[in-house]
Design a protein. Structure first.
Ligand code: BES
Ligand code: ZN
Length: 625
């Protein structure tokens, strides 16, 4: 039996023994079990989905997915309706236990889409929705063959987090509602399909029919699909990489340490529960660095630096197999529970694989990110760990607060109680809440009961309120020292005070040192000095996307025209929002560079994913029509 339904039945039996009316009891249990999520139309306290059977045909010519989604449901309140989320879906027919049933699409709400209200009876077991997607479905990116590396075949990939799963699958799109799934997907022959599933193919078949199974219950934001001329290369007994063929060897080299990371992660916080751990390197328009789709991390090619220097991204996405995918934030207001824990876990993996000095370097960068984010933040309330995203897009919560303030909070606890106790606590946390969700309040209660109350004076040191519900960086925030980073910052200060570029000692600098050096330079630098820096540090020709990004920010901000062809090339070839959105923003700051930005954007926009264009359209006041 599926773990979540087993848990559910246990809860209902418990509640039935407490109340006369089992269903009312179940409803109460459901109300307790599901945190109120304002980013879904679903009402899981009445009826929720537990398993999905998805049959889909991927039609590249029309940029459409035609599918039937059949859900097994659990009705906890004798409900006569079940509510799903949709956005831009064309619903064709809906069935309850095989018979057509009335349904209604609600009126569209900004970024939330439309509710799909399906009529059921208290005994309905299954609902089926026959539907198709629209070409502009936000989660989907359809690439023409010219937009791929191989240039022979088109490509499709999804990005569902936070609330875009509903643009390609009618679903209860709330992180608290988990489903297992089976899928049968038909794609053009010559293409391979992959999903966030524990059974994934490694080779194409002639019919283009692929079967998938995810046997662990996952929330809708972890539903994922990728279709293209994709190959596979194993890098360990449970690990491997997928990529377009031209990228495969490079990717396998870059991520050769995946298996080691997996072993280290298990050593730290217990067994990996998802079977295989593979990674797919997507085309450059993938809008994020990485996405922790279960069993199959989606990654940007901008981390394939050629020298394994950016593999902390793998540590991060792998860590989500515990923090996020196993123990999931109940709502997007609790997003820090996903990301803060993951940054902490990532850092521990890095420490175990590459050593303390490397990990401390990353930790200090995380602190710098946090300072920068807080400085630039418009709304002070957004510097709280626990967010209130009422009436806002959950995307607004995607800031360094969740990641880096979250990280420092956990590090502060670790340092206060000692690593041994903290590790034992975390292992217990992942076990206790495995395949469940947790909100901030539940976490705080658990933290007190299982850790802080057991350590004398711990609560005197750890001001939970200030960390979780307060603004900014609390007192007692751990101080991190990194010799290497300090040296880079020192050099930045020296340069600012007039030291000549060619005298800066960059021998054996890591890319992180370049990044921190560049980030600590003054906003305005003379053209001659920028040229001297480029000449000495070979910045324009750096193969490291992180270095290139900060360098090009300097180019844009200072209108250093010799760097503009590289800037244009970068904007045309990279779709990762973290890089391109800030660059367009800098360029939009004055009229001259704004003209340049708009020209480049006109060419680049068709290559970007909707997640990126939505942000940049606003920055450039772009009229999408
Ligand atoms: N889950 C996130 C990406 C995400 C968050 C997508 C919220 C949509 C909404 C992923 O794990 C992540 O954090 N990616 C980072 C890289 C990481 C190394 C910090 C990114 O994409 O930059
Ligand atoms: Zn993450």
């Amino acid at each position: 039996m599926k773990k979540n339904s087993a848990l559910w039945i246990l809860l209902c039996v418990l509640s039935a023994s407490m109340t006369v009316y089992a269903h009312d009891g179940c409803k109460k249990m459901a109300q307790m079990y599901f945190s109120k999520d304002k980013h879904t139309f679903a009402k899981p306290e009445e009826a929720f989905v537990t398993h999905l059977d998805w049959k889909a045909k991927i039609v590249f010519e029309e940029r459409v997915i035609k599918a039937v989604a059949t859900y097994t449901i659990k009705n906890v309140s004798n409900a006569t309706h079940i509510l799903l989320d949709t956005k831009d879906l064309i619903i064709e027919e809906v069935y309850a236990d095989g018979t057509p049933t009335p349904y209604q699409l609600g009126s569209p709400v900004d970024y939330l889409g439309q509710s799909l209200d399906i009529q059921i009876t208290p005994s309905t077991q299954k609902i089926s929705i026959r539907y198709r997607t629209k070409p502009e479905a936000e989660a989907l990116q359809w690439l023409t063959k010219e937009q791929t590396l191989g240039k022979q075949h088109p490509f499709l990939f999804t990005q569902s987090q936070a609330i875009l799963a509903r643009t390609w699958l009618p679903c209860q799109d709330s992180p608290g509602i988990r489903i297992t799934y089976d899928a049968n997907v038909n794609v053009p022959k010559d293409l391979l399909a992959l999903m966030s599933a524990n059974i994934n193919p490694t080779e194409k078949n002639f019919e283009g029919n692929y079967h998938f199974k995810q046997e662990k219950p996952i929330p809708a934001y972890l539903m994922a699909l990728s279709v293209g001329d994709i190959g596979f290369k194993s890098v360990g007994s449970r690990t491997g990489v997928y990529a377009e063929h031209g990228m495969l060897a490079k990717a396998a080299y870059e991520f050769a340490e995946m298996e080691k990371m997996l072993l280290v992660a298990e050593e730290l916080y217990g067994p990996y529960r998802w079977g295989r751990y593979d990674l797919i390197v997507l085309p450059p328009s993938f809008p994020f660095g990485g996405m922790e789709n279960p069993c199959l991390t989606f990654a940007t090619p901008t981390v394939v630096a050629g020298d394994r220097s950016l593999t902390s991204l793998v540590a991060h996405e792998l860590a989500h197999s515990w923090s996020g995918n196993l123990v999931t934030n109940a709502t997007w207001d609790d997003f820090w529970l996903n990301e803060g824990f993951t940054v902490y876990f990532e850092n521990r993996i890095i420490e175990a694989v590459y050593g303390k000095s490397y990990a401390e370097m990353l930790a200090l960068i995380s602190y710098q990110d946090l300072l920068e984010e807080i400085e630039g933040m418009e709304k002070k309330a957004d510097t709280k760990l626990k967010l209130d995203l009422t009436g806002r897009n959950p995307d607004d919560g995607l800031t360094a607060i969740a990641y880096d303030k979250g990280y420092y909070f956990l590090r502060h606890i670790e340092q206060t109680v000692g690593r041994e106790k903290f590790d034992a606590f975390l292992r217990g946390y992942f076990d206790k809440f495995a395949f469940q969700t947790i909100n901030t309040e539940q976490f705080v209660a658990h933290l007190r009961a299982e850790l802080l109350d057991k350590v004398p004076n711990a609560t005197n040191w750890i001001d939970i309120n200030a960390w979780v519900y307060g603004e900014g960086i609390p007192k007692n925030c751990p101080k991190v020292v990194s010799e290497k980073i300090n040296r880079a910052i020192e050099e930045a200060k020296a340069f600012t005070n007039g030291k000549k570029a060619h005298l800066i000692d960059i021998k054996s600098w890591s890319y992180q040192q370049y990044v921190l050096f560049l980030r600590n330079l003054p906003k305005k630098i003379s053209q001659e000095r920028i040229a001297a820096l480029d000449n000495h540090m070979k910045l324009s020709s750096s193969g490291n996307s992180e270095v290139l990004f900060v360098w090009l920010s300097i180019v844009a901000r200072n209108e250093y025209l010799s760097g503009f062809s590289k800037l244009e090339e970068f904007l045309l070839s990279v779709g990762r929002r973290k890089f391109i959105a800030p660059l367009y923003k800098l360029l939009a700051e004055n009229e001259r560079t704004l003209v340049f930005a708009k020209n480049v954007y006109a060419k680049a926009r068709p290559n970007y994913h909707a997640v990126a264009t939505q942000t940049i359209d606003q920055t450039l006041k772009w009229d999408a029509k």
